[in-house]
Design a protein. Structure first.
Ligand SMILES: NC(=O)c1ccc[n+]([C@@H]2O[C@H](COP(=O)([O-])OP(=O)(O)OC[C@H]3O[C@@H](n4cnc5c(N)ncnc54)[C@H](O)[C@@H]3O)[C@@H](O)[C@H]2O)c1
Length: 350
């Protein structure tokens, strides 16, 4: 068992342990100081695979459950509205809590509901995808998508507890596991050379507790420093500037994780051309991506990627901040003029 303590605007533990789902009730009771009513929010796939185990683990709690159709398409204002109505119809009060049980979609949407219902109630994250364990369940960003783009409406709202049970990953389809691996590789490149080397030398599925805890610790350190995403938290966007464009240009047929993998390659090769890192960095990233069934090569051109990046919400005036690796284990923020962005992408795609 590994416990990572987060001290953001509130303090909470992220506990990573195989089989911890079975004891969720015990940990939730400790973190919430008693047995409040719990509103479990989950999607249909997670509910069918693991819902009963969670219900057994929460025996002794009064629980109500809201199940929505799995997938990003559900992360919208309609499902969010249904969740709020559900909480209200079930007389959830400020003394009660939400349990987000699922991947990043569930966590983001349930967290957003928790932050806005009755002006904010407590919530617990039980992530069930690798991405949600290493990334979205920690750090307090909640969101829903709008027609204009992903995550355009949200809040910062920290959970009271995060329980990661790596055994839940056994039912995850391989391609969704690979998507999560893109974020794991990202952590290695931006902050932890040892973690990166481990990814190349071991099978992550067999060492998942340590790897997840290492990623959570990196995210914790960055979030502790910059909870509201005005500075160093941007490092977590390594690979994401191009990735958002890749997802959009593919009409979201290329998943986020796959796009992040391609985006990291573009950033590393672009950084190489700017003299910021050696060619070894992109070679190492390529090796890691291929090991975890992620494609390094982007099918789109620099013009398309540039147009998307310039319409992205992260653009600030005439410049855009890129995250570039200096070496494996260290990345830096690099401001680039928007006129130079197309050249950067073109060189990154070579
Ligand atoms: N808040 C943040 O900081 C943050 C960070 C990164 C990503 N995100 C968000 O996370 C979302 C993506 O998360 P995701 O990839 O987990 O997507 P997801 O929640 O849609 O899960 C992917 C699929 O896996 C299924 N699934 C989940 N757990 C399973 C399990 N144990 N076994 C079998 N199937 C399972 C789900 O039903 C779904 O079909 C995006 O909306 C993204 O914007 C948020």
């Amino acid at each position: 068992m590994k416990t990572v303590k987060v001290s953001a605007s509130s303090e909470y533990d992220v506990i990573v342990s195989c089989g911890i789902l079975q004891s969720a009730g015990e940990y939730i009771e400790k973190a919430l100081g008693g047995r409040p009513r719990l509103a479990v929010i989950t999607d249909d796939i997670v509910d069918s695979l693991h819902g009963e185990t969670l219900e057994r683990a929460l025996c002794g709690f009064d629980i109500v459950k809201f199940v929505f159709k799995n997938g990003e398409e559900s992360k919208n204002i309609n499902t969010y509205g249904e969740i709020l109505e559900f909480l209200s119809e079930n007389s959830i009060t400020r003394a009660d809590a939400i349990v987000a049980f699922g991947g990043g979609v569930t966590g983001d949407m349930a967290g957003f509901a928790a932050s806005t219902f009755l002006r904010g109630i407590r919530f617990v994250q039980i992530p069930t995808t690798l991405l949600a364990m290493v990334d979205s369940s920690v750090g307090g960003k909640t969101a829903i998508d709008l027609r204009g783009g992903k995550n355009l409406c949200g809040t910062f709202w920290q959970p009271s507890l995060v329980l990661c049970d790596p055994l839940l990953l056994d039912t995850l389809p391989p391609e969704i596991f690979s998507d999560g691996m893109a974020e794991v590789i990202k952590y290695g490149v931006i902050r932890d050379c040892e973690l990166f080397e481990k990814l190349l030398s071991v099978n992550v599925r067999e060492d998942s507790e340590d790897v997840i805890a290492a990623c959570v610790s990196i995210k914790r350190d960055i979030v502790n420093e910059d909870e509201r995403d005005t500075g160093v938290r941007a490092l977590l966007n390594f690979g994401h500037t191009a990735a958002h464009g890749i997802e959009k240009l593919s009409d979201y047929k290329i998943s986020h994780g796959r796009a992040v993998g391609m985006g990291m390659m573009i950033a590393a090769k672009g950084a190489e051309r700017l003299g910021i890192c050696s060619p070894e960095v992109s070679e190492q990233i390529k090796k890691a991506l291929e090991k975890y069934s992620l494609t390094p090569n982007c099918p789109f051109d620099a013009v398309g990627l540039c147009d998307c990046a310039l319409s992205d919400k992260k653009r600030a005036g005439d410049s855009i901040t890129l995250v570039l690796p200096e070496k494996v284990g260290n990345a830096v923020l690099y401001k680039i003029n928007i006129e130079s962005l197309s050249k950067f992408f073109a060189e990154g795609l070579e």
